[in-house]
Design a protein around this ligand. Structure first.
Ligand code: ADP
Ligand code: MG
Length: 212
């Protein structure tokens, strides 16, 4: 786990003619649940992409704990690539591997990292239990409801034991009742795991119920 610190971060998509984010400063404490709330187009996803390492800002610095992830620009820049940041991301357009079972979907990242078989099984079973999807482990995504798929996507992200969890409007395509339920479970799991989380939404109720 780690805190997230952003200092004087500015982002431009047109080489400095205009700035989507202008001098953003933010401290998220270790284990905290932070929510970005704002209208469409205000720069929420842009900030998330910078934290994830999918985008390099024009200026500013991002740290996880004491470790610099992003700093400077041009030749002098420090930039840790996304796969080395130990983050888990779930976006609205999450895609499960359709030809893999839920268990295989959830095991995939750990298998790629060559984790021992027993370890993978233990972590997948634990996360499946947390998310109440144990009975779905042998099904494929096509045999699941929207809410179940969303839970599998969360499980697949969390099973890797990431230091930072990034969620960008992850419940957008669920109906109201399911949103309530997954929201509640997500918050509970985040508290139990104590994982530093940033959650993006344009829904005020969601922001108020989720954020620390
Ligand atoms: P949000 O997630 O809050 O809806 P975004 O971060 O996606 O907002 O977008 C912020 C602004 O940056 C918007 O005006 C959007 O049009 C612009 N933008 C986002 N991505 C790009 C891109 N790849 N190229 C140019 N402009 C972009
Ligand atoms: Mg967005």
């Amino acid at each position: 786990m780690a805190s997230i610190s952003i200092k004087n971060m500015s982002v431009s998509y047109n080489k400095g003619k205009s700035y989507v984010l202008d001098n953003l400063n933010l401290e998220v404490k270790d284990g905290e649940f932070c929510v970005f709330l704002g209208p469409s187009g205000c720069g929420k996803s842009t900030a998330m992409h910078c934290i994830a390492g999918l985008l390099h800002p024009a200026s500013g610095e991002i740290r996880f704990g004491d470790e610099v992830m992003t700093e400077g620009s041009g030749k002098k820049k420090t930039f840790v690539p996304p796969q080395e940041r130990n983050i888990a991301m779930v976006f609205q357009e999450y895609a499960l591997y359709p030809n893999m079972t839920v268990r295989e979907n959830m095991s995939f990242a750990l298998k790629t990292k060559k984790a021992p078989k027993e370890e993978i099984e233990k972590r997948v079973n634990y996360m499946a239990q947390m998310l109440s999807i144990e009975q779905l482990l042998d099904r494929r995504p096509a045999e699941l409801s929207g809410g179940q798929r969303q839970r599998v996507a969360l499980g697949r992200a969390l099973v890797r034991d990431p230091q930072v969890f990034l969620l960008d409007e992850p419940l957008g395509n669920l109906d109201a009742k399911l949103r309530d339920q997954v929201r509640y479970e997500l918050k509970k799991i985040q508290e139990q795991l104590g994982i530093t989380t940033i959650y993006v939404t344009h829904d005020q109720t969601e922001a108020m119920t989720m954020a620390d």
